[in-house]
Design a protein around this ligand. Structure first.
Ligand SMILES: CC(C)(COP(=O)(O)OP(=O)(O)OC[C@H]1O[C@@H](n2cnc3c(N)ncnc32)[C@H](O)[C@@H]1OP(=O)(O)O)[C@@H](O)C(=O)NCCC(=O)NCCS
Length: 399
């Protein structure tokens, strides 16, 4: 049964809606036994969109997070979608579609170029143009297998407040050369250096011969020391082989009391060149999806390969973000790219294919075989593929 949208009021939530929003979200995600945090109503960097019925009851909501993610060495302004929930009695009536379509327009108005989210189910998001491009994955390994990593002898020590800028730079270096990694600055990342250190059982830095922070690991020691004992590492980021091996050897040192080590890790990642990967098991995998919010802005915002030049004629199909729809020529030239209106519309792509291509998550021919891209030929495929080729899209942050 489709809702009569004339009866639905779509608007941004205000402080007076906080309790209704908490109730809806906490019921949907199962934390309704907790009290509403005092700061819930006012969280910088977040806008919540809601759908209300004629009596003013909140039926659906979705949060637009003002975040940035790295693509081709540049931070692309992103709408991170979270907290999507529809009242139990009102599901499957088009409310998530209504609230998310409104959110996309609002995100575009505030300057977002793309949108990303971690779905609990992909189907409603696919219908609206998001598609899976990557996953946040944790792998478990026998800790004893890390004990075989030869320790480089680099100095390891617990991080102090003074090390925190070095820790951030180590992450930034990796994020800048990756695809999709989160920019960890801005209103959504207001953790103080003291809090960062307190957030983990261990925040360990690897110090290079000249005193530089060459790598770090943030980790938690689970409870107990029997066969269930484990160490969970969140970031293991290193700029050199010596820092990588010193940090991994440190985890190996836990083998007598924590037989399992869980690493949150991209694939590929330089760490894999040190690990016994046949022994690694996927512990947890959280796929994430991407959608282009504003195609022209998204093309302008990301970095492009300096060594690829040329053009392709596209026809963008986009019902939910109609400002994107139409014929464009994508032109790449010396590390810059632009979408010029016009052209023959030879290659037809919907929002799902556009997002997957933008992130370099699949080859154009794979999109064609999935029915998401049509037209064009081997030459346009090769050009499109070269344009966004890069490391596999990765996030090391959940939201
Ligand atoms: C997931 C959820 C937000 C979907 O909201 P909804 O209002 O029921 O979805 P809509 O009615 O707007 O449906 C949008 C589209 O997705 C499809 N869809 C919705 N739920 C679906 C499901 N569970 N399986 C397959 N398709 C689904 C609909 O068919 C519709 O497509 P159409 O417009 O082409 O017919 C809602 O079920 C919910 O709140 N679930 C609990 C919390 C949750 O999982 N939130 C998502 C967190 S990422």
């Amino acid at each position: 049964m489709a809702h009569d949208h004339a009866e639905i009021d779509l608007r941004e939530l205000t402080e007076t809606d906080a309790e209704a929003a908490w109730r809806l979200g906490s019921l949907a995600f199962g934390y309704h036994d907790r009290p509403m945090p005092t700061e819930f109503a006012d969280q910088p960097g977040r806008v919540t969109w809601g759908a209300f019925d004629h009596s003013g009851r909140l039926l659906a909501k979705a949060v637009d997070r003002d975040q940035g993610q790295w693509f081709g060495g540049k931070i692309v302004p992103t709408s991170g979608v979270a907290g999507v929930a529809v009242a139990a009695e009102a599901r499957r009536t088009g409310l998530s579609r209504a609230v998310l379509t409104r959110l996309l327009a609002g995100a575009r108005d505030r300057g977002a170029a793309i949108s990303t989210l971690f779905p609990t189910t992909p189907f409603p998001y696919r219908r609206l143009g998001w598609e899976e491009v990557g996953a946040l994955t944790s792998y478990s390994l026998p800790t004893a297998s890390l004990a075989t990593v030869r320790d480089s002898g680099l100095t390891l020590r617990p991080a102090t407040v003074a090390d925190v800028p070095g820790i951030y730079s180590a992450y930034d270096r990796v994020a800048r050369t990756g695809t999709g990694l989160m920019n960890r600055y801005g209103p959504l990342f207001d953790t103080t250096p003291e809090e960062l250190i307190q957030d983990f059982d261990g925040l360990t830095v690897a110090v290079g011969p000249s005193g530089s922070i060459d790598g770090y690991a943030s980790w938690e020691r689970g409870s107990g020391y029997d066969e269930r004992g484990r160490i969970t590492a969140y970031d293991v980021i290193a700029a050199t082989a010596e820092a990588t091996s010193a940090l991994l050897a440190m985890f190996g040192g836990w083998s007598s009391v924590a037989p399992t080590t869980v690493l949150r890790l991209a694939y590929p990642d330089p760490l894999w060149f040190f690990l016994a990967s046949p022994l690694a098991k996927v512990e947890k995998r959280q796929p994430w999806m991407l959608r282009v919010v504003d195609a022209a802005r998204a093309v302008e915002a990301r970095g492009w390969p300096e060594f690829v030049s040329g053009s392709v004629d596209l026809e963008l199909i986009d019902a939910e973000c109609p400002w994107n729809a139409g014929r464009y020529r994508l032109v790449l030239d010396g590390g810059q790219a632009r979408l010029e209106p016009g052209g023959t519309g030879a290659v037809r792509v919907g929002p799902r294919a556009l997002g997957v291509w933008y992130a370099g998550a699949a080859a154009p021919d794979a999109l064609r075989r999935a029915g998401l891209l049509s037209g064009g030929d081997a030459r346009t495929d090769a050009f499109l593929q070269a344009a966004t080729a890069g490391p596999a899209p990765t996030l090391l942050d959940y939201f």
